[in-house]
Design a protein around this ligand. Structure first.
Ligand code: AR6
Length: 205
C-alpha cells in the first residue's frame, strides 16, 4: 500500500489514481476488474505477486511505447533476463499471441509478463491473436499464483489496433478468468483508451 502517490498504484483504493479517474466492476463476488488512467510502471497493489503486462515485440528486448517505459524503470537487469529467454525462431523469443514471464527488478511489482499483440494491418484475423495474447498472459499469471495483474492497451499504440475493438476483446477474455484473480486492472495512458474501456465494460459486465 501507499503506492498511490506516484500514480496508478494502490489498486485497492480507487481515489489513489494519479488523476482520480478509475472505475471498478465486479467479475465475481471475490474478483474485480479495475479500469484506470495512469502509468503502468508505477502500478502495484501489495508487491507480493503483483504483475504488469508488457506490450512487447517478438524479439522481446525492448522498444518504444510502454515497452520502453517498462525497461527504463525495471533497469538493465530486465534486458539481461529477456536475453536469457530462449529463441524459438531466429530473433523470436515470444511469437505473436504468446506470453513469457520474467522478474520485474526495479519495478514495484514481482513479475513482468511480456506478450506480443498483432499488428492490426498486417496480421490476418488480428482478433484471434489479440485474444490469445490476453488469454496466455492470464494463464501464465494463474500458473504463477498471481492475484493482482495489470494490463496496458496491448496493440493499441504503434501496432494500430482500434481502441474500441481491442477493449471488447480484452474485457471478454478477462471474463473467462472471473474466479482466478483478486483484481485485474487495465492501466490506460490516454483519455481515449480509458473511455473506450469504460464503455466496453458497461456493455459486457
Ligand atoms: N503506461 C501505460 N500505458 C502506456 C504507457 C505507460 N507507461 N506508455 C504507453 N502506453 P505501444 P503496441 C500505452 O505502442 O501497440 C513497442 O515499441 C499507449 O498509449 O506501447 O502493442 C514494442 O517494442 C498505447 O495505448 O504497444 C513493440 O515493438 C498502449 O500503451 C510495439 O511497440 C500500447 O502502445 C508494440 O506496439
Amino acid at each position: 500500500g501507499g503506492g498511490g502517490a506516484a500514480g496508478g498504484g494502490g489498486g485497492s483504493v480507487l481515489s489513489s489514481s494519479s488523476n482520480g479517474q478509475a472505475r471498478r466492476f465486479a467479475l465475481s463476488p471475490s474478483s474485480s476488474l479495475d479500469i484506470r488512467k495512469g502509468d503502468i510502471t508505477a502500478w502495484f497493489v501489495d508487491g507480493a505477486s503483483d504483475t504488469i503486462v508488457n506490450a512487447a515485440n517478438e524479439r522481446m528486448l525492448g522498444g518504444g511505447g510502454v515497452d520502453g517505459a517498462i525497461h527504463r524503470v525495471a533497469g538493465p537487469e530486465l534486458h539481461a533476463a529477456c536475453l536469457k529467454v530462449p529463441e524459438v525462431l531466429p530473433g523470436v523469443r515470444c511469437p505473436t499471441g504468446q506470453a513469457r514471464i520474467t522478474p520485474a527488478f526495479k519495478l514495484p511489482v514481482a513479475y513482468v509478463i511480456h506478450t506480443v499483440g498483432p499488428v492490426y494491418d498486417v496480421h490476418d484475423q488480428p482478433e484471434n491473436y489479440l485474444s490469445s495474447a490476453f488469454r496466455n498472459c492470464l494463464k501464465l499469471a494463474k500458473e504463477n499464483n498471481v492475484k493482482y495483474i495489470a494490463f496496458p492497451a496491448i496493440s493499441c499504440g504503434v501496432y494500430g489496433y482500434p481502441l474500441k475493438e481491442a477493449s471488447k476483446i480484452a474485457i471478454s477474455v478477462v471474463k473467462e478468468f472471473s474466479n482466478d484473480f483478486k483484481e485485474v486492472h487495465f492501466v490506460l495512458f490516454s483519455d481515449d483508451a480509458y473511455n473506450a474501456w469504460i464503455e466496453s465494460a458497461n456493455e459486457l459486465l
